[in-house]
Design a protein around this ligand. Structure first.
Ligand code: 13P
Length: 243
């Protein structure tokens, strides 16, 4: 059984004052039985080092270095203390036109830097309503996960775009269907696909976390808004520990 993972994606939120939330979290979960990952803005990665948490970037460039003003390489994230990086988040795909090919190249760059890539996939509301969810997921999995992926260097996050930041959550049956489908695809393609962690993301809260973590093949969560405050993230971590 892969070790479960509670991951917080702070997105473009967080100033140095926010680090006190992590101190509170660390005090409450010092003996956590699950992995805890915080992906703060890049400005806080260096200041986020804490023995309890892993720290991750939210994006990286495909190249190690070069003339790419404003971008950050995977190697730089690792140098700052990160051990993970999120790739292919739907906000990057939508706001920055990131294709599956780019996401695969970024994930490869993560591997080269020794980082674990949290590769995100998920359908839009239109795609779900058109009944094409599993086809969309298949395309994203095939195109975004590099050949070199293993259970040690890759985590998959299923984040339905329509559930992100909306308070809308798929039914447990819908989550179960997609997670089982992703598991089957990972097992068909990778020899250790059974052990690759698959996270659910999209409006996870303390009040729905236990139900979601009870779904087969949900190995943890990628949490946005509810990861910003210790009081909100802590019950999610506790629910994952109890699952
Ligand atoms: P919310 O938890 O705010 O819906 O965000 C989910 C997400 O996008 C995490 O990457």
């Amino acid at each position: 059984m892969p070790r479960k993972l509670a991951a917080g994606n702070w997105k473009m939120n967080g100033l140095r004052a926010s680090l006190s939330e992590l101190e509170t979290l660390a005090a409450r979960h010092s003996d956590a039985s699950v992995d805890i990952l915080i992906c703060p803005p890049a400005t806080l990665i260096g200041a986020c080092q804490n023995t309890l948490f892993d720290v991750g970037g939210q994006d990286c460039h495909t190249a190690e270095s070069g003339a790419h003003t404003g971008d950050i390489s995977a190697q730089m994230l690792a140098d700052a203390g990160a051990t993970y990086v999120i790739t292919g988040h739907s906000e990057r795909r939508a706001d920055h036109g990131e294709t599956d090919e780019i996401v695969a190249a970024k994930s490869d760059a993560a591997y080269k830097a020794g980082l674990i890539a949290v590769i995100c996939v998920g359908e839009t509301l239109d795609e779900r309503e058109a009944g094409t969810t599993l086809d969309i997921i298949d395309g994203q999995l095939a195109g975004s996960i590099p050949e070199g992926a293993t259970a040690d260097n890759t985590v998959i996050a299923y984040e339905p775009v329509w559930a992100i930041g909306t308070g809308k959550v798929p039914t447990l049956e819908q989550i179960a269907e997609v997670h089982a489908h992703i598991r089957a695809k990972l097992q068909a393609r990778f020899s250790d696909g059974a052990d690759m962690r698959i996270l659910y993301g999209g409006s996870v809260k303390g009040s729905n976390a236990a139900d979601i973590f009870g779904v087969p093949h949900v190995d943890g969560a990628l949490v946005g808004g509810a990861s910003l405050k210790a009081d909100d993230f802590s019950p999610i971590i506790s629910a994952l520990e109890a699952s």
